[in-house]
Each structure stands twice: as structure tokens, then as C-alpha cells.
Write a protein that binds this ligand. Structure first.
Ligand code: XMP
Ligand code: MG
Length: 182
């Protein structure tokens, strides 16, 4: 994808759905959720790359109990702005999770397929407990009946970018969540 100008690049951002301020105000809820899990056993925040990298970095700074951070990468293949249904785990965790309370940090739950695949894999490794925090939830699009333990925002069926989420690799660095349209 190429853009002739900054104007063309930004012309695809039709409107802000969730502002940077609104996100900032909700982050302590996620921090408290994680703090409350602490019972003397270590907590492991698992970020699903790439979409959750911004959310993870903000959440991590709201946590006050001992925690470690690991990354894995899952790719859901897209045809334009629609999920094709194929999910691949392209980078696995590099540590044993059996001694951790695992908290998965997701950017968005759409069809639910990515989450269902990752949960299935990680639960076979017997973590002490397992929770999922998602920034965004698009319940209208669900194919697999699954939900997060904590979801910060519910959004309608729109394709959104920003705060980690991309279209064709772009727009991840926008500080807000916006609707993308061509
Ligand atoms: P599923 O369908 O597996 O999708 O729940 C989860 C993954 O799909 C991507 N996704 C989006 N990415 N804007 C994006 O930039 C969206 O509106 C959107 N909906 C789904 C995302 O990678 C997510 O982890
Ligand atoms: Mg993702």
C-alpha cells in the first residue's frame, strides 16, 4: 500500500470512535483487575502481537504487583477488512507457564477465532489460572461463542484502526481508535 501524501493517508480515517482520553480513563480498571489476581504467585502478561503492543505497554504501567511479560504472535488472515477464518500461531511463548497466573492481553475480539485457538493451546500447559483482557469487543461479529474476562470497550461492527490496530500494517501508532474506510 502506498500513499501519495499525508492527506491521502489520513483521508481513510473517517472518524474517531474512542479518544486517547477515553482509553486513558479506562486503563486503571485493567490494572486493578490484574492487581487483584495476585496471591503471592507470579503473574504473566501475554501480549498477542502485533495488535496488542500499545495496550500491553499502557496496561503494564498500571500494574503494581509482581508481573512478567511475554509475547506471542497470532495472525488472522484478512481479505480486505474481513477475517478469512484462518488463524496461525506464528510465534510461541518461550517460557513454561505452569507456575503463572496468565493474563492474555488482546486488542480486539471479533469472530473469536484467534482467542479460541490461543486459549486452547495455552490451557494444555496448565497455568495456575487463565484470564483474558481485551481492549475492544465486537460482539455482533462473533462466530465462536467466547468472551473476555474483562473488556474495556464494546464497539459496533466497524473496521477500526489505531492504538495498535492496523490496516495493511499502517495506523498502529494513532493514539486513538478510529473507523477506517477506503
Ligand atoms: P478474530 O476474528 O479472530 O479477530 O476474533 C481477532 C483479530 O483480528 C483482527 N481484527 C481487526 N484488526 N481492525 C483491525 O485492525 C478491526 O476492526 C479488526 N477486527 C479484527 C485483529 O488482529 C484481532 O486480533
Ligand atoms: Mg491481533
Amino acid at each position: 500500500m502506498e500513499f501519495a501524501s499525508k492527506n491521502e493517508y489520513m483521508s481513510r480515517i473517517s472518524r474517531v470512535i474512542i479518544s486517547a482520553d477515553e482509553i486513558r480513563q479506562r486503563l486503571p480498571v485493567a490494572g486493578k483487575f490484574i492487581d487483584d489476581l495476585y496471591d503471592g504467585h507470579p503473574i504473566l502478561l501475554v501480549s498477542i502481537l502485533k495488535g496488542s503492543f500499545v495496550f500491553l505497554s499502557d496496561i503494564a504501567r498500571c500494574v503494581t504487583v509482581p508481573c512478567e511479560i511475554e509475547f506471542m504472535e497470532a495472525k488472522s488472515y484478512y481479505e480486505g477488512t474481513k477475517s478469512s477464518g484462518v488463524v496461525n500461531i506464528t510465534m510461541d511463548l518461550k517460557c513454561d507457564i505452569s507456575n503463572f497466573h496468565v493474563v492474555m492481553i488482546e486488542d480486539i475480539i471479533d469472530t473469536g477465532r484467534t482467542l479460541a485457538n490461543v486459549i486452547k493451546l495455552l490451557k494444555t500447559r496448565k497455568p495456575l489460572s487463565f484470564n483474558v483482557i481485551t481492549l475492544l469487543d465486537k460482539p455482533e461479529r462473533r462466530v465462536v461463542p467466547i468472551s473476555a474476562d474483562l473488556s474495556l470497550f464494546t464497539i459496533p461492527d466497524l473496521f477500526v484502526v489505531g492504538y495498535g490496530l492496523d490496516y495493511g500494517g499502517y495506523y498502529r501508532n494513532l493514539p486513538y481508535i478510529a473507523e477506517y474506510s477506503e
